[in-house]
Design a protein around this ligand. Structure first.
Ligand code: IMP
Ligand code: MG
Length: 182
């Protein structure tokens, strides 16, 4: 296929910018400060839920000014496209005991609430010192199970978004801003 046609098709799906790089930067800085201010001298473990939160995690951990460690977990709920399968699968688990940590789950977006409900239940059963959830985005209109994050950076209406880690069929994660998908 012609390269320019592919790029044109790719770009045509980026409907409009919803949250700019500047707005993200500002909000991440605030979230980092909130986490730093809550430090009580005991270890903090940031748990990034892959893949969607990898960019948010990278920026958030650099906005934290107190000692913290990072870990990754992989959960899949959207197998392709924009429809939820309604199945949450842990495809990669943590590699350590979390019982001596204040655990902070770092997520990209809360949609139906299923992914985080499952992950919170699993991590709670491992008895961390405390467990909090920080989510970059929240779409409360889409909730199927009740779930509230401890800290949300942006609340958005019910539309599908891409960029800053969020994908549509694995593409657009590398956009530096958050956009509505066409
Ligand atoms: P939940 O279990 O329905 O809350 O699903 C949350 C997961 O679905 C997120 O971690 C994302 O990976 C994915 N997701 C939900 N909404 C969007 C969206 O608007 N764009 C991209 N991914 C989304
Ligand atoms: Mg995700």
């Amino acid at each position: 296929m012609d390269k320019n046609a592919v790029i044109k098709e790719y770009e045509s799906k980026i409907k409009r910018v919803v949250i700019t790089e500047e707005q993200i930067k500002e909000a991440v800085k605030k979230a980092g400060k909130m986490i730093s201010d809550s430090y009580d001298g005991r270890p903090i473990l940031l748990v990034s839920i892959l893949k969607g939160s990898f960019i948010f995690m990278a920026d958030l951990c650099r906005a934290i000014t107190v000692p913290c460690e990072i870990a990754f977990m992989c959960a899949k709920s959207y197998y392709e496209g924009t429809q939820s399968s309604g199945v949450v699968k842990i495809t990669m688990d943590l590699d350590r005991d979390i019982s001596d940590y204040h655990v902070i789950i770092v997520e990209d977006i809360i949609d139906t609430g299923r992914t985080l409900t499952d992950i919170v239940r699993i991590l709670k059963s491992r008895n961390p010192l405390s467990l909090r959830v920080v989510s970059l985005l929240d779409k409360p209109d889409r909730r199927l199970v009740e779930f509230k994050a401890d800290y949300t950076l942006f609340t958005i209406p019910d539309f599908f978004v891409i960029g800053y880690g969020l994908d549509c069929a694995e593409k657009y994660r590398n956009l530096p801003y958050i956009a509505e998908f066409e």
